[in-house]
Design a protein around this ligand. Structure first.
Ligand code: 5GP
Length: 205
């Protein structure tokens, strides 16, 4: 990353289940030039998921206590469970000039877009990872094999609802190969990092 001081950018990524978002995230995280915001959730860990690194896995009670404390920048119920982004971690990173990636659903994205928090408004870049059509998702979810047929049906219904929101995002990245998805996302990151409004230096001084 450049050493020129600048404001941190909040890269918000949404995609319907099965669009390839985890693969994209893993590809992006090969370069550690941003912080990934670990969300809180009440859903059970999937095999291989690690508490504190994939999610902070919380009980419903603990999650609701954090809602009451105002600890979340946004939260939503997705597929019957709570998911939320911790405010303090995101703001601390942005203030330190570190870019942050958050992977959240369309309801959470709408909540962040509606914020009147000036730092978040200035930092926000939202990107929707978009499959070409719903059949691509059906195939991927079936192959993943981590959900029951009922859960797949629920996720597909939710995916259709989520895909209707794609025009609310500044960027739409149409899914292709994993390499191409990473390259597309990286191109957006690179351009956003060059915005003059984010750079905090005076080349003439
Ligand atoms: P999964 O259970 O497959 O990990 O995630 C389900 C959905 O919840 C995904 O669309 C994911 O983007 C969303 N999600 C994950 N973390 C958050 C969060 O902190 N807030 C919101 N609103 N959605 C989240």
């Amino acid at each position: 990353m450049t050493s020129i001081p600048r404001l941190g950018i909040l890269f918000l990524l949404s995609a319907p289940s099965g669009a390839g978002k985890s693969t994209l995230r893993a590809g992006l995280q090969k370069d550690q030039d941003f912080a990934y915001s670990v969300s809180c959730t009440t859903r059970a860990p999937r095999p291989g998921e690690v508490d504190g690194s994939d999610y902070h896995f919380l009980s419903r009670e603990d999650f609701e206590a954090k809602i009451a404390e105002g600890a979340f920048l946004e939260y939503a119920q997705v597929h019957g469970n709570y998911y939320g982004t911790l405010k303090s971690a995101v703001l601390d990173a942005l203030r330190a000039g570190t870019d942050v990636l958050i992977d959240i659903d369309v309801q959470g994205a709408a909540m962040i877009r509606a914020t009147d928090h000036p730092e978040i408004r200035a930092a926000l870049v939202d990107i929707f990872l978009m499959p070409e059509n719903i059949e691509v998702l059906r195939g991927r979810l079936a192959r993943r094999g981590t959900e029951t047929p009922e859960q797949i049906a629920l996720r597909l219904r939710n995916a259709e609802t989520e895909m209707r929101a794609w025009k609310q995002y500044q960027f739409a990245l149409i899914t292709s190969t994993p390499e191409s998805d990473v390259a597309g996302f990286r191109a957006i990151m690179r351009a956003e990092r060059s915005r003059s409004s984010r750079l905090l230096f005076d080349p003439l001084s």
